[in-house]
Design a protein around this ligand. Structure first.
Ligand code: MN
Length: 760
């Protein structure tokens, strides 16, 4: 039987189609967007492929009907733009264009996967399936879902092992959503931006899409730290002319020599991205004016592949004839490409006016790979090392994904760990080169060799010397692993590894171990209950509840480890063969006891002159029990959000809190919008980190400014001095951001003080 999907769709949206709200104007807009997408296809495609693309467009347009985006535009413009990004910016082919056009139809319209399978292909249906969110949480194996966001992301990642295009199209989808984020309400912007910076930007980096990664990071920063973003943007603008002049004077002699030598090339200065400058300001704790590498010089050679390596080194030689290089800043990713495929020769030289300048030397092919990453890999497939480089990472990712039953949040974090960018390379005893993220350990190496080698890793030798399992790998190390069958993973091992593979393998092994030992604990409990004439199955959940465990396994395991006082069970009431959580002598239950014994929190609140007033989701927050998070100590005037915890009411965090990204990316549904209500008579705790010269009297100068000049109360003050340099931490009570900023400003005026920053 022939299926005609189009007639089905027409039938389904019949009612809507007749009163179609799409105006002629919009109809034209949609048509233009589609034409633009088609024109951006750079490679030859078959007639069949082009017909399929058109059919996908027609179907998506019909299916989305008169749905609209938050911007008010017709919805169909979104899938068209996603398809355009797939081809124009990621260099993907017809299959991805079709899947891009259809990526939201199953989630948002009546079209089913089966329809797509019949109308297009199994592949298209599989890709769209990967891009479709779980429609309801109940679909996820009926279990408790701690984080739907993590589950959905896990679903996308699991398809990597089937078809990497799913992730690439998701990237295009996210990029378009980020570009058009302005139309969303603010707290949703924050959630999407955090999720993007937590996982999508590192993923783009891992797949080698540097350009997209940079754009995503800047778009995220605009939402998460708008003030800092605008500050840097303005500063960059203001210093542009000076920079351009400088770059030109740097380039002139190089250009002349290279021309003389007959090279065809481009040379130019490239400003670094706002987010990468922000990272520098943060990590170096210096003012904008003291950051010199705001730009890099790039030389791109138009040269055939066989000659590119020696040409790059020749350019290096020309540059270092003119400017003195800093030897330890030479990075040769031409001989040894990064594991995400990046190839380039980097050096830092001393330029005119005593300024350090970074120079990047590469061929046109290398440049394309650096911008397009994985996609360019297809273009150059068969030549160079590109294929094996990506295959290596993919096979590592696959190994980690092998264990799909792992907890989604652990999984997400393990995966994120595999995305770290800076790398070290080491050698196996046979001289085979392996890449690791910066900070990886000897134990990570053992797990990378084979999971069995990891499990039984007893010791590791680096260059014939035994090192601790936590030894951090260094470029060029040659390692060998000594194993012992008696060895097995323990909890501490998790602290000694950073790679996703090692983490997930250790976790799995610990879980297996816990299951094994738990079954012994279960037997102990069974005997105890039997003595009370109770059966296990009917009563175990009551016992779990009574002792406050999350699940049965945790209870069994703790019983095995002798951490549970089972004698208490004798003091509980039994009704008709059922244990209850009530005590026989009607003493207050554990739960009630806990309620009255919270002196800590009460005393902490008293330190405030008044409870800070807030609006949460547009309502007066006095309805909720809320506290300010102590990880980031928000003060009146900070950008904040509310997070609904499972046990401790609502916590208020700063949007720049180090935990914010993770919370927003994983528990987005628990995030609520929060705003301050400006009220006098409220006070806040803030913590500052101060660095400077350790002179006599610096302490009294600091305290003078704080307590005498500004009449601010100090809660604590600690200081470490070392070789004439000090680092001090102070905790103060302020009325809000304005007063805090004033304090920072005044402290910076002190001669001995170098930097003052809030502790994040
Ligand atoms: Mn979408």
């Amino acid at each position: 039987m022939e299926t005609d999907i189009f007639s089905n769709i027409t039938f389904n949206i019949e009612g809507l189609a007749s009163k179609d709200n799409v105006s002629q104007e919009e109809d034209k807009q949609i048509h233009l967007a589609y034409r633009k997408m088609i024109r951006s296809i750079k490679r030859e495609i078959t007639k069949e492929a082009s017909d399929q693309i058109h059919r996908a467009y027609t179907l998506a347009r019909l299916a989305h009907g008169e749905q609209r985006r938050k911007t008010g535009e017709p919805y169909i413009l979104h899938p068209i733009e996603v398809a355009r990004i797939c081809t124009a910016e990621l260099g993907l082919g017809p299959t991805s264009i079709i899947a891009g056009l259809l990526h939201d139809v199953v989630e948002d319209t009546m079209v089913t996967l089966e329809d797509l399978r019949l109308e297009f292909s199994d592949t298209i249906a599989m890709i769209v399936d990967g891009l479709t969110k779980f429609s309801s949480l109940a679909n996820v194996s009926g279990q408790n879902i701690a984080s739907p966001q993590a589950e959905n992301f896990k679903k996308i990642l699991l398809t990597i092992s089937k078809d990497v295009r799913v992730v690439l199209i998701k990237m295009a989808d996210r990029l378009h959503n980020m570009r058009t984020l302005g139309a969303m309400p603010e707290h949703k912007q924050l959630k999407i931006a955090s999720e993007t910076s937590y996982i999508y930007a590192p993923l783009a980096h891992r797949l080698g899409f540097y350009k997209i990664k940079t754009e995503l990071e800047d778009l995220c920063m605009k939402v998460i730290e708008p003030d800092q973003f605008l500050y840097i943007k303005d500063k960059l603008q203001a210093t542009k002319q000076d920079r351009d002049t400088y770059v030109e004077s740097f380039i002139r002699p190089i250009r002349k020599t290279l021309k003389k030598q007959g090279y065809s090339f481009e040379i130019f200065g490239r400003a670094k991205s706002i987010s990468s400058i922000a990272n520098k300001l943060r990590s170096k704790k210096v003012p904008f004016e003291e950051i010199y590498d705001l730009f890099a010089i790039r030389v791109i050679l138009d040269i055939e592949q066989a000659a590119e390596k020696s040409a790059c080194w020749n350019v290096y030689s020309v540059i270092t004839d003119n400017y003195t290089p800093v030897p330890e800043r030479l990075k040769d990713w031409v001989s040894t490409p990064k594991s995400n495929g990046y190839e380039s020769l980097h050096t830092t030289v001393m330029g005119p006016r005593g300024r350090f300048v970074e120079v990047q030397i590469r061929s046109k092919r290398m440049d394309e790979i650096a911008e397009l990453g994985y996609a360019a890999h297809w273009k150059y497939k068969g030549i160079g090392q590109q294929e094996t480089i990506f295959e290596n990472w993919l096979s590592k990712a696959r190994e980690m994904l092998e264990n799909p039953n792992s907890d989604a949040i652990d999984f997400l974090n393990d995966f994120k760990a595999s995305l770290f960018s800076e790398e070290v390379y080491v050698f196996t005893p046979k001289g085979e080169m392996r890449f690791f993220p910066q900070g990886a350990t000897a134990l990570d190496f053992a797990f990378d060799i084979h999971s069995e080698v990891g499990y039984h890793c007893k010791a590791v030798k680096v260059d014939q010397r035994i090192v601790p399992l936590s030894y951090q790998l260094r470029n060029g190390d040659q390692l060998s692993v000594i194993t012992s069958n008696a060895q097995k993973p323990n909890e501490d091992w998790l602290k000694n590894v950073i790679t996703g593979k090692a983490r997930s393998k250790i976790r799995q092994s610990l879980k297996d171990e816990k299951l094994k030992l738990g079954s012994l604990g279960k037997e102990i409990l069974e005997r105890k209950l039997k003595a009370l004439k109770l059966n296990l199955e009917d009563n175990v959940d009551t016992v779990v509840k009574y002792y406050g465990f999350e699940n049965r396994l945790d209870l069994y395991y703790s019983i095995y480890k002798d951490q549970v006082n089972l004698q208490e069970l004798k003091t509980l009431k039994i009704e008709a063969g059922q244990l209850t959580v009530e005590k026989i002598d009607a003493q207050p239950s554990r739960e009630q006891e806990q309620k009255v014994s919270k002196p800590k929190q009460i005393s902490r609140r008293r330190r405030f002159k008044g409870k800070p007033k807030l609006m949460i989701d547009g309502e007066d927050a006095s309805l909720y029990s809320h506290t300010l998070a102590t990880c980031c100590n928000p003060v009146l005037g900070d950008n904040i959000f509310a997070y609904v915890t499972s046990k401790h009411g609502i916590k208020i965090h700063r949007t720049t809190c180090p935990n914010a990204e993770f919370l927003q990316a994983t528990f987005g549904y628990r995030i609520k919008k929060a705003e301050w209500i400006d009220t006098a008579n409220t006070s806040f705790i803030a913590e500052l980190l101060i660095t400077g010269m350790d002179d006599l009297g610096v302490v009294s100068h600091l305290t003078d400014v704080i307590t005498n000049q500004l009449s601010i109360n100090m809660r604590s003050f600690s200081m470490n001095g070392q070789e004439g340099h000090f680092e001090g931490k102070i905790s103060v009570v302020v009325t809000g951001k304005d007063q805090l900023n004033q304090l920072i400003l005044e402290l910076k005026k002190l001669e001995e003080v170098n930097t003052v920053a809030r502790i994040e």
